[in-house]
Design a binder for this molecule. Structure first.
Ligand code: PRP
Ligand code: URA
Length: 209
């Protein structure tokens, strides 16, 4: 699928194996989510445009490149997406952060919106939506639809683990959105959990179970 990029760098794979482990505690889980998000951002920003600049070093003028004034907004899907924000900001420190609150109804698996706050200049910014889990794709597809109401700029979706069902749904409903994942897992189970996955990302980040 041409709009899916699997970021399987060895360091990402190594950290992901610890993240998945049921014995990994909340503190380490949180740290790993942030580190993986940082490494993924390094790759997901590879297409950022550059501009020529001249920098005076102590020795001479160096012809260099800098990011060409690109404006970015990071939008975590609450709650679990919050765990990825610090990692993304460590690579794109000037990004603004919008928040969208969605939870999955446990019976219907449909996303329910409960919060939204975007930066005032969101329509001038490219958007990176972050959420560790892309399961049925309902939450991500709803978040993308919502953000499309604010901006015509490109939207990227960055998730740590995806199920094929979620990737297909986002691709079907939003073929213009580039999806970045660290792993494409096998399937969903009957409760809509990713198999093998890592369990409930929000509960593991915030220690709520
Ligand atoms: C999880 C996850 C995604 C969503 C993925 O959130 O963080 O947002 O489920 O599932 P989907 O692709 O089937 O929509 P959850 O609803 O558990 O809320 P939480 O982050 O508050 O725990
Ligand atoms: N949400 C999670 O946190 N984990 C899954 O496996 C699916 C949805």
């Amino acid at each position: 699928m041409e709009n899916l990029t699997v970021l399987d760098h060895p360091m990402i794979q190594h950290k992901l194996s610890i993240l998945r482990d049921e014995h990994t505690g909340t503190k380490q889980f949180r740290e790993l989510i942030s580190e993986i998000a940082m490494l993924m951002t390094y790759e997901a920003t590879r297409d950022f445009p550059l501009a020529d600049v001249e920098v005076k070093t102590p020795v001479a003028i160096a012809k260099c490149k800098q990011i060409a004034g690109k404006k970015t907004a990071i939008v975590p899907i609450l709650r679990a997406g919050l765990g990825m924000v610090d990692g993304v900001l460590s690579i794109v420190p000037s990004a603004k952060v919008g928040h969208i609150g969605l939870y999955r109804d446990p019976d219907t698996l449909n996303p329910v919106e409960y919060y939204c706050k975007m930066p005032p200049d969101i329509k001038e910014r490219d958007v990176i939506i972050v959420d560790p889990m892309l399961a049925t794709g309902g939450s991500a597809a709803a978040a993308i639809q919502f953000i499309k109401g604010y901006t015509d700029h490109p939207i990227k979706l960055m998730c740590i683990i995806a199920a094929p069902e979620g990737v297909e749904r986002v691709h079907r409903e939003h073929p213009d959105v580039q999806i970045y994942v660290a792993a494409l897992d096998e399937k969903l189970n009957e409760h809509g959990y990713i198999v093998p996955g890592l369990g409930d990302a929000g509960d593991r980040i915030f220690g709520t179970k």
